[in-house]
Design a protein around this ligand. Structure first.
Ligand code: ADP
Ligand code: TZD
Ligand code: MG
Length: 560
């Protein structure tokens, strides 16, 4: 056989990725995958090089959420892989499809623990944190390895998949014919899961008896891209809805049926709740009192049967994909058979109005220095006119205030700390949102939150991405250190000039101490379409410990 009919693992991997429509790779280069990145780029795959694998992994994960296909992150072995593992675990926790592909060193040396360069038993390390984990040991298995990874990432409940590829496999030579025959493009990797008809009948029966029904939309509903079906369900029944944070914008936050401004009232008083792609985890107080009533009954739509009864008994489970399940519900409900009572709608309306008036007052105030409400009021003023902007958000107070103050109008436009309440997703999510959608991004960041991925501002500048970062800078975790003594565990350098960081890479920095200049800076960042970092100076005494989740914080019994 002559050399022209031979190929190698690098080429087979790139061919397999292309065959499966993987058009973007997020990663950090190095041994043994540098040539894989180079070759992928040469073959037309977009390669986005990061400064830390965790951020590349977070980018891949959110790309998966936005596109309903696995985002791919590429790392080196050992520590590079481990840096990416946090993102893989976060993807799995949030039900985002992603594939972490890491090169690995010599199996013979790893297994005898003889000390190879960046030696680590990566497959074993990945297993507890991934939905699935596979290793490819032979070049002719690359096609099937990637196919298995894709199926695992997007079928059923989506999640993070680890795909280990040894350096030897990448370098191994095989003939072109064998290589071509080995490639696989999965047929229907995320098959519809049609709910059982009796589960639909049971749900409709329960819903038709409800007087105070509520629909809770979770990020599973956003992921499912069943936007039209969900709108029809909500509007045809007239049931009030409550979006979880990443489901904001599925319907306009200003929709007359939105119950967000009366959240605790509706959770505490609904008699039948329809959960659509939302788990009854800590973010919904586990479905328990005092937030929820003992007598509330639930319909739950979820693709994962083991989610049902995870925290509380579910009277009418619907196991299926959201699109098929909502279609089935719509088909089974006779017009007018499911509707909220007039009193319920009126009560919610009254409470909403009161809370919205209160919020408007807080947004109108113009304190010096700025607090969270006044700063976010300025950001809101600009974003209201730009519903196409993707909003990334992390922090404690910075997260809680922005979630409430910044309204969303379009589905999947709000990307945040999610199920773990994790810090560090900011720049990775912002980069992927810009890359995948071509739309502008505003990342609203606590000053602590920003620090976890802040070095990626170089990446943002290198690729000239339309990302505007607003740092709500109160000088620390939850608030600033005003004691003046030894730095406190939660305090940072007071009056830090984050705006100067981005200038080092050619981006534009703003230092804003009032709401007017902040609004102006956000406007300029958005209209320039260029990397922008706004240091919004917040009162260091603003902010409460742990934001809105102080109740989860154990306090030392010995503390005075
Ligand atoms: P939130 O944090 O917004 O409340 P969660 O992440 O807790 O949302 O819940 C998302 C749920 O959606 C998960 O239980 C997951 O299994 C489910 N899910 C994801 N995609 C689909 C889909 N296409 N169809 C049905 N359920 C889905
Ligand atoms: N590490 C990781 C990975 N995730 C976390 N959630 C934390 C640490 C703990 N943590 C929070 O839960 S919020 C937060 C940390 C460190 C930062 C809060 O400070 P901030 O926001 O400046 O980002 P505010 O506006 O000052 O509250
Ligand atoms: Mg802070």
């Amino acid at each position: 056989m002559d050399a022209t009919s031979m190929t190698d693992g690098f080429h087979v991997m790139v061919d397999a990725l292309k065959l499966n429509g993987i058009d973007t790779i997020y990663g950090v280069a190095g041994i043994p995958i540098t040539d894989l990145a180079r070759l992928a780029q040469a073959e037309g795959i977009r390669y986005i090089g990061f400064r830390h694998e965790q951020n590349a992994g977070n980018a891949a994960a959110i790309a998966g959420f936005l596109k309903q296909k696995p985002g791919v992150c590429l790392t080196v072995s050992g520590p590079g892989f481990l840096n990416g593992l946090v993102a893989l675990a976060n993807a799995t926790t949030n039900c985002f499809p992603m594939i972490l592909i890491s090169g690995s060193s010599d199996r013979a040396i790893i297994d005898l623990q003889q000390g190879d360069y960046e030696e680590l038993d990566q497959l074993a390390a990945a297993k507890p944190f991934a939905k699935a984990a596979y290793r490819i040991n032979r070049p002719q298995d690359i096609g099937i390895g990637l196919a298995r990874a894709i199926h695992a990432a997007v079928s059923g409940r989506p999640g993070g998949v680890y795909l280990d590829i040894t350096a030897a496999t990448l370098g191994a030579v095989l003939d072109v014919e064998t290589a071509q025959k080995s490639l696989i493009k999965p047929v229907d990797p995320a098959p519809r899961q049609i709910p059982a008809p009796d589960s639909i009948a049971r749900a409709v029966e329960l819903l038709s008896r409800a007087e105070r029904p509520l629909i809770v939309l979770g990020k599973g509903a956003a992921y499912a891209q069943a936007d039209e079906q969900i709108r029809m369900l909500v509007e045809q029944t007239g049931i009030p809805f409550l979006p979880m944070s990443m489901a904001k914008g599925m319907l306009d936050d200003n929709h007359s049926q939105s119950a967000s401004a009366a959240r605790s009232y509706v959770l505490g008083n609904a008699d039948v709740v329809l959960l659509i792609g939302a788990r009854l985890n800590w973010l919904l107080s586990h479905g328990k009192g005092p937030v929820w009533s003992e007598s509330t009954q639930y319909v739950q739509i979820d693709i994962d049967p083991t989610e049902i009864d995870s925290n509380r008994s579910i009277a009418a489970p619907i196991v299926g994909d959201i699109k098929s399940s909502v279609d089935a519900l719509l088909a089974a409900m006779k017009p007018g058979s499911v509707k909220p009572s007039a009193a319920w709608v009126e009560d919610i309306g009254t409470r909403k109005q009161k809370n919205m008036d209160r919020m408007a007052e807080r947004l109108r105030a113009n304190p010096d220095p700025m607090n969270f409400s006044s700063a976010l009021g300025a950001v809101r003023e600009i974003l209201t006119k730009r519903p196409d902007v993707y909003v990334v958000n992390e922090g404690a107070n910075a997260l809680d205030f922005a979630r409430n103050i910044i309204d969303m109008k379009l589905p999947r436009h709000r990307l945040d700390s999610g199920t773990w309440g994790i810090m560090g997703i900011g720049m990775g999510y912002a980069i992927a949102a810009a890359i995948e959608t071509g739309k502008p991004v505003v990342a609203i960041e606590g000053d602590s939150a920003f620090g976890f991925s802040g070095m990626e501002i170089e990446t943002i500048c290198r690729y000239r991405l339309p990302v505007t970062i607003v740092i709500l800078n109160n000088g620390g975790i939850y608030r600033g250190d005003t004691t003046g003594g030894e730095p406190s565990p939660t305090g940072f350098v007071p009056n830090a000039r984050y705006d100067k960081l981005i200038e080092a890479f050619g981006g534009r920095g703003y230092h804003c101490t009032d709401a007017e200049s902040l609004a102006q800076a956000v406007q300029e960042g958005l209209s320039s379409g260029l990397p922008t970092l706004i240091n919004a100076v917040i009162d260091p005494t603003a902010g409460t410990e742990s934001g809105h989740i102080q109740s989860l914080n154990p306090k030392s019994a010995l503390q005075k």
